[in-house]
Design a protein around this ligand. Sequence first.
Ligand SMILES: Cc1cc2nc3c(=O)[nH]c(=O)nc-3n(C[C@H](O)[C@H](O)[C@H](O)COP(=O)(O)O)c2cc1C
Length: 360
Amino acid sequence: MTDRPRFGVWANVHGTMAALCHPDDPVDASWRRVRDQILLAERLGFDSTLIAQHTMNPLDESLDQLDAWSAAAAAAALTESIEIIAAVKPSIIHPTILAKQAQGIEEISGGRFAVNVVNAWWIPDLERSGIGMLAHGERYVYGSEWLHIVRRLLAGERTTFHGKYFHVDDFVLHPTGTYRRRPRIYLGGESAPARDLAAAEADVLFLNGQSRAEAGDLLADVRRRPRTGLDPIRFGLAAFVVTAPTGREAEDLLRHHWELNAADKAGDGDTIERFSTDTDPASVMWQRLRERPHIGPNGGTAAGLVGDYDTVAQRIVDWHGDGIETFMLAFQPFEAEMERFAAEIIPRVERLTTRNRAAS
Ligand SMILES: Cc1cc2nc3c(=O)[nH]c(=O)nc-3n(C[C@H](O)[C@H](O)[C@H](O)COP(=O)(O)O)c2cc1C
């Protein structure tokens, strides 16, 4: 684990990461907007960007949704230092083809590409495309075989695999390993099979935003699961940041987010109501949203990065002390709040981290 927190931003591929009706954040999932957002993140010193993968837009299927993998390849060519992570639902693409594409973007980026394996929660784009959605547990049987193949191909291993879903014979990719052994593998999820799969095959487990107590149990549980031939697993956390010079201003901002959220619902039907028919009830992300409504993607404000600058910086340092290395952040309005985070929070975190190191 790195001795300081790593910061990433969600690429704005749905056009917004929170309300659809924010007056200063028009819904815009265009390549130009996402390109500029990633370039800005790189200039501001962010370490990573996560490009979520959906075929239709889960916020509203009439809205634009930027394609993750073409955007990742283009961003790889335009950037120089930022890590580019593209999400993939295993069921949409054969593992040999996905490994080839990942390896291609690894080459374009000069060794900065990573895959985020996500076993899906939103039903319409899998069912209505005819691809189909297996039951939650079975998705992990499929996903385990899929990731077993992908990881070996990415590492340049000649691969033979015969399982329930895949039959691969003596398959190998060239080139591999030009910049490092292979691209990094993230996995987004929290259920028991997600934990098993991350421990067995992934480098980093991405958690949904939640309390530190809940996450502490989860990290300990994942570390106890079988893992061979890999470095110790690392952890990342999705979080939506609401920060301001004073705690009162941050509370006002959070209240404003909730008002916008309510206005969206008034205009578009209740979000949770709508998601309840379109979402696999076994998905832990969905269960969290229902139990603890929050702002932002994948747990968002439930990670607690809400408050004045010093409070948010201290919370990040506390999370890092608990074992969270990468913070995958969302904001609204995205670019302005990302700039505020870079100006106010990152330097505070660096000062705290340096002070803690000197004291230990
Ligand atoms: C950081 C993070 C990013 C995610 N990105 C996506 C995504 O791009 N597309 C998607 O369909 N699901 C995404 N998911 C959601 C997973 O598909 C979902 O959590 C799924 O239900 C697997 O988790 P579970 O096994 O805990 O239920 C993401 C989850 C996390 C934690």
